[in-house]
Design a protein around this ligand. Structure first.
Ligand SMILES: [Zn+2]
Length: 299
């Protein structure tokens, strides 16, 4: 009996190894669908839809913010070699124009179709940070699924199944956020960060949002911007402020010192976390953000 079992296991293992070698040979010729996205968050969403059927890469490295990215020569190659290039739009990728002039006829698809952009607070233009509202991201995923299915009809069933599974996880995440934020008192529901990136999040989950500045590509951290935020924090007796992983932290440190409130943690806005950060995926980064907000604002 035992011997039979060992034999069976060996047979299965050999089969798996042969299958794996076969798959490798194939991928060296054709890796399946090749997707490139502008930044890491979109890449994670696309990976969840593409699954085993291809490869996903992104341009803006983790740790850099996508508003003011400077393209490097290898980016042009990456995009030129892709089947499709996914971008956020709403003015996020200000560097896009220069890139698209040099990448041939690769289709460039905005994955925010169907989302109504919020205006940048008190200014002209659209706020690009739609991904910080989970219900918007479900639309991103639907757009990616539809685009891939059209581009690669043989994979349509697989994209659809992958998207469905992922959307279930996103719906759970949305429900979880709603129940988590209920623990924060109404009067304490203000999120203060460097860049006012949480407007979509705030609108969906019931928070006011304040930034030292409105958008990372604008003027950042002037004396009057800092003075304004310090005044707001004092007036509204906001118990804690937060700082993003992708911005210079010195500005928020000044706010914290001058207003006499602590920086209650780091949050992710424009990139997922590095390997080992615990925020390597979109879902994990949102979980991290929500826990950080709730902890900081319920102290
Ligand atoms: Zn941003």
């Amino acid at each position: 009996m035992k011997r039979k079992l060992i034999l069976l296991i060996m047979t299965i293992m050999t089969t798996i190894m042969v299958a794996a070698c076969g798959a490798n040979d194939e991928t060296s010729v054709d890796e399946g669908v090749k997707v490139v996205t502008s930044f890491s968050i979109l890449a994670d969403l696309a990976e969840n839809v593409v699954g085993e059927r291809g490869v996903v890469e992104y341009l803006v490295p983790i740790g850099e913010e996508p508003h003011e990215y400077e393209t490097i020569p290898s980016d042009f190659q990456k995009v030129s070699d892709a089947d499709v290039f996914y971008v956020n739009g709403f003015g996020l990728e200000g560097w896009l124009e220069r890139l698209v002039q040099n990448v041939g006829d690769v289709p460039i698809v905005s994955v925010t179709d169907g989302i109504t952009p919020l205006p940048i607070s008190d200014q002209e233009g659209e706020d690009p940070h739609a991904w910080l509202d989970v219900t918007n991201v479900i639309l991103y995923v639907n757009n990616i699924r539809d685009d891939l299915s059209e581009r690669d009809p043989e994979g349509a069933e697989q994209y659809s199944a992958n998207a469905e599974k992922y959307i279930t996880e996103l719906e759970d995440l949305h429900d979880w956020i709603q129940s988590e934020v209920e623990t924060v008192e109404q009067t304490k529901r203000t999120i203060v960060v460097s860049e006012n990136a949480f407007q979509y999040f705030g609108e969906q989950y019931g928070f006011e949002t304040v930034g030292i500045w409105q958008l990372n590509s604008h003027e950042e951290g002037t004396h009057s911007q800092i003075a304004n935020v310090v005044e707001t924090v004092r007036e509204r007796q906001i118990p804690a402020v937060f700082v993003e992983t992708t911005v210079d932290k010195r500005f928020m440190e000044t706010v914290s010192r001058d207003a006499g409130v602590e920086i209650a943690g780091e949050v992710y806005t424009d990139a997922v976390g590095l390997e080992g950060s615990g925020a390597e995926t979109y879902i994990k980064m949102i979980e991290h953000n929500v826990s950080t907000f709730v902890d900081g604002l319920t102290k």
